[in-house]
Design a binder for this molecule. Structure first.
Ligand code: HAM
Length: 412
């Protein structure tokens, strides 16, 4: 038997239903917030992620799926969506568009060679947004509240952890102070952090191995190294969030795993510390990738992590509105027509296709979580009546055949 690759999964059955429901909610929120759908390739030239996500990040160093195609090109399965959207924005000259700023959203699979488990897959799906062309803190607040609102609609209540990494100069000053402080203690840190002090010292702050290290508690705080301009814009973001009633916690150790961020960064976390989503501002990425100087901000959320959390509560998604029971040919002919009428009116309907007896059909209706049963019988049909049973209260009524669609629409 051939099995699926490690860290991948088949999306089917109940999970697939929840997934589609999430997709639908994402599409409708993006529509009202006026983000436009974009689909970029699943693989890109490897250089895009090296330059975009950053050579020294864990993602590029240890987690990308890189391969050479038959013509010797070096390609990489995308580990995230931001670099690709920015590449597309530059390549298609979207900055010359008539629209004042470019707001994109995407839903797609990403690939990271991570150790599978605890909400980590090697193939996973993100929905995300990228807003390019504005440096206004108003849009920082918009993307944060948009992500929170989508998760709330899905029945989740994540904590917004937020931080300010500042501009280039602020970060350089902070980096120097952090390295100076950590250097004498670096042997007390994991081997990765011992490398990071040279390559990417900020990442030591949110190392999963060293996060409880006492030395980190007294480390210099990034918020103390911000210019007046950076402090003011962060204050504005927070104020907009206050007005939108979005709760947040400032977490000065939040640095995120991608190199392109500056100024505001945030994560949406749940009780167990797992991030459902995250993002932030990246005002230098478009320029780094050879585009015009363009400020930008965005976020992405992991759909599998969301599915795992809402699975229990989401039982309702798996209901069908009606199960139609029919035994003989005459009843099946009628079922055939009624099913089409109901379905064309947006009512979900299932029936028996295995010629089972009535008792087994009752059991099958329960297996489908049918909310209502239509139990056809030849006697009632002769009188033009349809027998409808509420499968929860068990109440039964006889409805005139020509009123059946309206009746069902009225009770679901
Ligand atoms: P990220 O934090 O690397 O950000 O990923 C966003 C979300 O994707 C995570 O919070 C998590 O829910 C999900 N995720 C990441 N890795 C995995 C995995 N191995 N298995 C399952 N789920 C995972 C980004 O990717 C940025 N591009 C976000 C962004 C957009 N920043 C600005 N614009």
């Amino acid at each position: 038997m051939i099995i699926k690759p490690k860290g991948c999964y088949d999306l089917s059955k109940f999970d697939a239903k929840i997934y589609l429901n999430i997709e639908q909610i994402v599409h409708s929120y993006m529509n009202v917030y006026n983000y436009k759908y974009i689909r970029t390739p699943v693989f890109e030239n490897s250089e895009l992620f090296k330059r975009g996500v950053g050579e020294t990040t864990d993602i590029v160093q240890k987690e990308t799926y890189d391969f050479t195609d038959r013509s010797g090109r070096s390609l990489t399965l995308r580990p995230e969506g931001t670099a690709s959207v920015v590449r597309s924005y530059i390549e298609n000259k979207d900055y010359a568009d008539i629209r004042p700023i470019s707001k994109y959203y995407y839903i797609g699979t990403m690939y990271r060679y991570e150790r599978p488990g605890q909400g980590r897959n090697r193939e996973f799906t993100q929905f995300g947004v990228e807003a390019l062309g504005s440096d206004d803190p108003l849009i920082d607040a918009e993307i944060i509240s948009l992500s929170v609102n989508i998760l709330k609609e899905l029945g989740l209540d994540p904590v917004v952890k937020i931080n300010n990494l500042g501009g280039k100069e602020d970060r350089e000053n902070y980096k120097k102070a952090l390295v100076k402080y950590l250097k004498p203690h670096i042997n007390d840190f994991c081997s990765d952090c011992q490398k990071r002090i040279k390559t990417n010292p900020l990442r030591i702050l949110d190392c999963k191995i060293d996060d409880k290290n006492e030395i980190l508690k007294k480390a210099p705080n990034v918020l103390d190294y911000q210019s007046k301009e950076s402090q003011a814009r962060f204050k504005d973001v927070l104020q907009y969030l206050d007005y939108l009633d979005v709760d947040y916690e400032i977490d000065s150790n939040l640095v995120r795993g991608l190199d392109y961020y500056d100024y505001m960064v945030y994560e949406l976390q749940v009780d167990n510390g797992l991030a459902l989503g995250g993002g932030g501002r990246y005002n230098n990425l478009v320029k780094t990738l050879d585009g015009p100087d363009t400020p930008a901000v965005g976020f992405a959320c992991g759909i599998e992590r969301i599915i795992n959390l809402i699975k229990e509560k989401a039982k309702d998604f798996s209901n069908i509105d009606v199960f139609i029971m029919a035994i003989n040919k005459e009843e099946k002919m009628k079922a055939n027509i009624i099913m089409q009428d109901l379905r064309l009116n947006g009512i979900s309907v299932e029936t028996d296709y295995l010629n089972k007896g009535l008792k087994s059909q009752f059991k099958d209706a329960d297996k489908y979580n049918a909310k209502n049963l239509i139990i056809l019988n030849s006697e009632d049909l002769k009188k033009g009546l349809i027998n409808v049973k509420d499968n929860i209260t068990k109440e039964e009524v006889k409805v005139p055949e020509d009123e059946i669609v309206d009746y069902i629409l009225g009770i679901i």
